[in-house]
Design a protein. Structure first.
Length: 135
């Protein structure tokens, strides 16, 4: 063994031991990482204050669909929740409301104060459309 090769081997062994030590610090104990993942609730963005007169309605995004058309009374707060594995938006065709991008588990609320027909679309997946009748 030459003198030049010996320090390289020592350095490689020291690096390997350091890597093993770092990996060992992570451990299999899920309690170190679980609180960070579960401590933050799904993001909820509110566009307006909910009306006190109505309990609300829900649209669940699932299977790249908003579900069946919805009919609500004026003053109803509609909560849209993304249960899909893909990101989606909930955007009014009439520019009345627009959610941010909703990742899986995220929700967005909007209160419909006026009667009318409101179409909506996912801007990420334009084939996803739906409607709400406020009457």
């Amino acid at each position: 063994m030459t003198n030049a090769a010996f320090p390289v081997h020592r350095l490689a062994i020291a690096g390997l031991l350091g890597l093993v030590a770092l990996v060992g610090c992570g451990g299999d104990d899920e309690s170190d990482s679980a609180p960070a993942a579960t401590a933050a609730p799904a993001e909820s963005v509110e566009s307006e204050e909910p009306a006190a007169s109505d309990a609300g309605a829900t649209i669940t995004i699932s299977g790249f669909s908003f579900g069946d058309p919805l009919t609500v009374s004026p003053g109803t707060t509609v909560t849209v929740t993304n249960d899909d594995g893909s990101a989606h938006t909930w955007t009014s065709s009439e520019s009345v409301f627009a959610s941010p991008t909703l990742e899986q588990g995220d929700s967005f609320d909007f209160t419909f104060d006026e009667a009318g027909e409101f179409g909506f679309v996912c801007l990420i997946h334009p084939a996803m459309t739906g409607s709400i009748t406020v009457a």
